[in-house]
Ligand binder design. Structure first.
Ligand code: CMC
Length: 434
């Protein structure tokens, strides 16, 4: 254990007559943890927890979630306060540095990010290697991994300055890469970043401007985009963040680690859920078909799940979903889609599911993805871009967690064990004797 945990007694575990004394630690918030690091040494047993439902993988000071109460804090600050009062770059600074910046720190940080938004000119040609119909997440995995081939001077993870430059580069360049992934897939020319625009506006312009016409970013859209970025910025030790930490634990360079995180995020149980939730709402189509889909979600013999419902950690309303619901209404009002049938299906589905004993008993509440898909669609993004936006926003969380791990003096390569249930040892037989 690193440095901020306090010893809080011991747990005793007896297995086949051997007793192990295991330290118990208290963090600032949340349940105590039993440190099982010496269990194998003491008892010659491993623990087994395939989906990590009872396993903490690290000590962290970045994000806290209380899933039962629906609380999400970044460096102690509640997510709703950050979404209402802060902005994405300030939240990035907070996640990376532990404290909110002073005015001059924020100015310096914003300038540094703004000055790193351009990509190496040769990098643009890299996109052309992909088929036009490539999923933009496929492009993101490849392009972000390829950053390590372009920016060698920020891949030495033992050098704090190089780590800082890599962090700034990724946060700055991710919108440019994501904008290009979108433009490439629709066959439009790439739009370069503009330094006078804020982070969210710049990204929207890179996605929606065309060289033939000037493009004005609507304030309500820029605000919504910024909020979506804040709401996705970090989420503790989820699958993609754990992937980044595990990749980083081997000493891999930061660009490669973030590419690994993007690959993990792509799955429909994780970041791909907003795309899947919107597809599901479209498939349901009208309010009268909701009961049929709710019945399917409850049917154990049907693999169908209500996308955008349920969460491994939140057994209460996802606090991000509350903010997202409000933003969703603001955007739909701005684009004149307030009577959008998709939203009507979403609202009714939410109501029905929240009153249904199946969902109540299993504590399945709408998660952030339930509303983010509708919002992003109304903003003009194609569904394939939804997870890309999640990856863009989560990049800072991944980097903050990666950096925390690298700076932990007790850090070792992550190497879980297993229970082996394959064939026992047996002798090889030549092919003619099988
Ligand atoms: N619809 C219907 N039943 C569900 C759903 C759902 N969306 N989610 C969970 N259940 C049921 C599940 O069948 C199981 O029932 P039983 O106990 O009878 O077997 C029970 O609830 C517990 O589910 P689980 O799969 O053991 O829970 P988990 O913690 O492993 O999975 C989850 C969490 C998010 C993968 C899952 O709730 C799910 O697949 N939801 C839909 C996909 C989704 O919206 N994902 C976005 C997550 S939020 C964004 C992010 O963090 O990436």
């Amino acid at each position: 254990m690193q440095n901020k945990v306090k010893p809080n007694g011991t747990a005793t575990l007896t297995v086949k007559g051997t007793t192990a004394e295991l330290p118990v630690y208290s963090g600032t918030l949340g349940p105590d943890v039993i440190d099982i690091a010496t269990l194998n040494k003491q008892t010659d047993h491993f623990t087994l927890d395939p989906g990590f439902t009872s396993t903490g993988s690290c000590e962290s000071q970045i994000t806290f979630i209380d899933g039962d109460k629906g609380i999400l804090l970044h460096r102690g600050y509640p997510i709703d306060q950050l979404a209402e009062k802060s902005n994405y770059l300030e939240v990035c600074y907070l996640l990376l540095n532990g404290e909110l910046p002073t005015a001059s720190e924020l100015e310096d940080y914003t300038t540094s990010i703004t000055m790193h938004t351009m990509l190496h000119a040769q990098f643009d040609r890299f996109f052309e290697g992909f088929r036009r119909d490539a999923h933009p997440m496929a492009i993101m995995v490849g392009a972000v991994g390829a950053l390590s081939a372009f920016y060698h001077d920020s891949t030495d993870i033992t050098d704090p300055y190089q780590r800082l430059v890599a962090a700034h580069r990724m946060i700055a360049k991710m919108p440019t890469i994501a904008g290009r992934a979108h433009k490439y897939s629709i066959g439009q020319p790439f739009i370069s970043p503009r330094n006078e625009l804020d982070y969210a506006s710049n990204f929207l312009r890179m996605c929606f401007a065309v060289p033939a016409e000037d493009y004005q970013v609507q304030e309500v859209m820029a605000r919504a985009m910024d909020k979506i970025f804040i709401l996705h910025a970090d989420h503790e030790q989820n699958a993609s963040t754990s992937t980044v930490r595990l990749a980083g634990s081997s000493g891999a360079n930061p660009f490669a680690c973030i590419a690994a995180g993007i690959a993990c995020l792509w799955g429909p149980s994780h970041g791909g859920a907003n795309e899947a939730a919107l597809n599901m709402l479209q498939e349901i189509g009208t309010v009268d078909r909701i009961p049929e889909y709710v019945a399917r979600a409850k049917d154990k013999s049907d693999p169908f799940r209500l996308m955008g419902f349920g969460h491994r950690v939140y057994k209460n309303y996802d606090p991000r979903a509350k903010v997202m619901q409000k933003t969703c209404h603001e955007v739909l009002e701005a684009v004149g889609h307030n009577n959008d049938p998709l939203l009507q299906v979403a609202m009714e589905l939410e109501k029905i599911a929240l009153e249904d004993p199946y969902f109540i008993d299993k504590k399945l509440y709408p998660n952030i993805d339930f509303y983010s898909g509708i919002t992003l669609k109304a903003m003009g993004f194609p569904t394939e871009m939804f997870t890309v936006l999640f990856a863009l926003a989560r990049t800072v969380g991944w980097i903050a967690q990666w950096q925390e791990m690298i700076e932990d003096p007790t850090q070792r390569i992550g190497r879980p064990r297993q229970i082996y249930t394959g064939a026992p040892m047996r002798d090889y037989k030549p092919v003619g004797a099988r």
